[in-house]
Structures are given as C-alpha cells and as structure tokens.
Design a protein around this ligand. Structure first.
Ligand code: 13P
Length: 255
C-alpha cells in the first residue's frame, strides 16, 4: 500500500451467500469491529440482500456494492439487473468481471467492458476483476493477459471516470483454494496493472489508482500482502463472511 498516493480499500465479496436476515445480522456484527477503519470498507452482497445491507450499513463507514450489473438500462434480459436499478436503490459499488462470472456465465472481456461503462455512466464505482488461470501462469503469459484484460475493460473509460475504478487482481487458481499468491507475485501483477493504466492515462492517474489483490486473502496473510507497494487493498471472499476475520483484514489495511 502507499496511502500517501491512493486509497486503500478492503471489499468483501459475499458471492452467493446469506439471506436478507443473515445479512442484517452479519453487518450489525461487523459495524463496531470496522468503525475505526483507516481504509475504505465495502461489502458486495447478492442482489436480494442489497436492501437489507443498505439499511444495516446506514450511518456507518461500510459501503454497499452489488456483484454484477447488465450493460443495458432496461429491457428483455431475464434474470439481469441494470446499473440504474442499483443506483436508484442507493448502491455505491459494483463488481464487474469476476472470474466466476467469466468462467460459469459466459462473461467476456467485451461484456466486462460494456458493463463497466454502463456502471460508470450511472454513477457507480466499479471493482473490475482481472486474473489468470493456472495454465496461463505456467505458460508465462500472466503479465500480457492481465494487461490485455485491463486494457479491454477500460476501453472508452474517460480519465475522469477512471477515478471511480478499482482494479482487483485475482489469480483464478488462488480463489477459494486456500492457495494464496505470494506477496511478491501479487505485488508484481498489481504493478503490471498500474503500468498498463499509466500507459493509457499517464503517470499521475496510475499512481492514484487503487489496485486490490484477491484470492484466499485472510486474517493471517493480509498484512504481508498489503505490505507490497502496489497492493492497495483486498477483494475478500470466504473471510468476508466472518466478521472477526474480515475486521482483522480491515485493521491490517488501516495501519
Ligand atoms: P476467496 O477469498 O474465497 O479466495 O475469494 C476471493 C474472491 O474471489 C473475491 O472476489
């Protein structure tokens, strides 16, 4: 982290977990534990939990996000939710392009870009996810791949809109596997993302960009990962479902 230059943000991605009632309970448990955070705290919850999450988090330092949004404002897209709908609810953040959406739901770099643009145009802050599969790392193409995913995701994003973007580097092989990237690996690829953004938007914009690491980040390894200059926070899956563990990560980012 380099807090002189940019904001550190710890975001929980609850994935497909928790009912509205459980959402209220977990946020109420988290609130006192993270209230003194010296970093951004975001919880990205399932669509059906957004209302409960917004109510539970009201007046606290916890911001609420969704886990996806469609690129059209409305229309015949059964099962989808649009950016204006999220905005109208008071949602502040949205995750776009998570590897689980890319792997299981046919999300491509191009749809990630379209969804990102729609979210930004509707005033949402976007956490764009990029990252390689294990075979790609073994082939030695991680840097090129992540740079390409970043460039395509940001196609058409203005310098002003970039201020509302966080990029999360999530190596797919580290997600939910307990296999964390080493701090050096995480720092290296987060640095590649920053360089890529620098080439597109200039040094100052790159310096100000928040780049998170995600993939089995937990209460034990957070401090070491966050000690990397280019790792400005985390996108946390499993550990964000436990108030105590999540708050330890928030504290590590608050140092
Ligand atoms: P885990 O922390 O469970 O590995 O999940 C990471 C992730 O995918 C966050 O978006």
């Amino acid at each position: 982290m380099n807090k002189q230059l940019r904001n550190a943000v710890i975001a929980g991605n609850w994935k497909m977990n928790k009912t509205p009632e459980e959402t209220t309970a977990l946020i109420n448990e988290m609130k006192p534990l993270v209230k003194d955070a010296d970093c951004g705290v975001v919880l990205c919850v399932p669509f059906v939990d957004l209302d409960a999450a917004l109510k539970a988090a009201a007046g606290s330092n916890i911001k609420i996000g969704a886990q996806n949004c469609h690129f059209e404002p409305s229309g015949a897209f059964t099962g989808e939710v649009s950016a204006p709908m999220l905005k109208a609810m008071g949602v502040e953040y949205v995750i776009i392009g998570h590897s689980e959406r890319r792997t299981y739901f046919g999300e491509t770099d191009v749809t990630v870009n379209k969804r990102t643009l729609a979210a930004l145009e509707n005033g949402l802050k976007v956490i764009v996810c990029v990252g390689e599969y294990l075979e790609q790392r073994e082939q030695g193409i991680t840097e090129e791949l992540v740079a390409m995913q970043t460039k395509i995701a940001l196609n058409g994003v203005s310098a002003e809109q970039l201020k509302n973007i966080i990029i999360a580097y999530e190596p797919v092989w580290a997600i939910g596997t307990g296999k964390t990237a080493t701090a050096e690996q995480a720092g290296e690829v987060c640095g590649v993302i920053r360089k890529t953004v620098g080439k597109l938007y200039g040094e100052d914009a790159a310096k100000a960009l928040t780049v998170q690491y995600g993939g089995s980040m937990n209460a034990k390894n957070a401090e070491e990962l966050l000690a990397q200059e280019d790792v400005d926070g985390g996108l946390i899956g499993g550990a964000s479902l436990k108030a105590q563990d999540f708050s330890v990560i928030v504290k590590a980012a608050s140092k």
